[in-house]
Design a protein around this ligand. Sequence first.
Ligand SMILES: CC(C)(COP(=O)(O)OP(=O)(O)OC[C@H]1O[C@@H](n2cnc3c(N)ncnc32)[C@H](O)[C@@H]1OP(=O)(O)O)[C@@H](O)C(=O)NCCC(=O)NCCS
Length: 253
Amino acid sequence: MNGVKPGPDHVGPESAGLESVAELPRLASSTNGRYWVLPSQVWMADGLSAVQRACFPDLSEAELMGPEHFRAQLQIFPEGQFAVWDSLEGRVAASSTDLILDIDFARYAHPYMEEVGDNTLSTHQPQGRWLYGADIGVHPDYRGQGLSTLLYSARQALVRRLKLRGHAAGAMPKGYSRHAQVMPIEEYVHRVVLNELQDPVLSVQLKRHYRVWGIIPDYLDDASCCNYGVFIVWRNPDLGWPEKMGWPEQARA
Ligand SMILES: CC(C)(COP(=O)(O)OP(=O)(O)OC[C@H]1O[C@@H](n2cnc3c(N)ncnc32)[C@H](O)[C@@H]1OP(=O)(O)O)[C@@H](O)C(=O)NCCC(=O)NCCS
């Protein structure tokens, strides 16, 4: 395990008046019962930050979320922040960060930091219509065990509970840098969608029923995806197709 175990100055659930983490509402659990999806807590900020650092080794320092960002996010939109807790090791294994936005799908190509208010979620629009994914990360020690699947399910359940139109996000196509010399980003994304190429991020999201809306140049500063983002969308199935809903043209995205 890589350095995210609680240290001697660890702040735990007792700082929030809880006897144990088991007292928190459990939004979902892995089938073996070891991993619990919980609402992120202020006392988890250091653990969330450690997961973030391990997940985004190529991201610029200015774009990484630190403990202060997680604390700010929990002030602004606590319902949208999830952690996966490893009940065996007593540590945060994964997390996701979301906010609500009104999205103009004709002008979706915004830089990451602009969308997420420099990681503080100050751009959150409580009356907006879309959940927007600011972040998802599973610590490398825990990959391939379905933890991101638990988090995507929790986010989609939140969309349905809040009766939002869907979940949108800028995905990081982290496999692109290995192909950038031989094909443009459009071809790479197209081939990932066709399942001819596997991308360590976009392929995971396609499996969770997200679909590609477009490509965002200069999305963030990360060499693994050559700074590109891929705008992806999952629609709330409870709302049916926009044409049947009688939505105005500009809201059909
Ligand atoms: C992308 C990430 C969140 C996936 O987390 P994970 O918990 O390992 O994913 P899961 O175990 O839930 O796997 C989900 C599905 O994707 C598949 N998958 C996982 N990693 C994959 C990869 N590298 N390439 C292709 N498919 C992959 C799994 O086989 C599984 O498929 P299934 O539903 O058919 O069984 C994780 O790799 C990560 O944190 N990466 C670094 C941070 C990051 O880039 N976040 C995204 C920012 S946009």
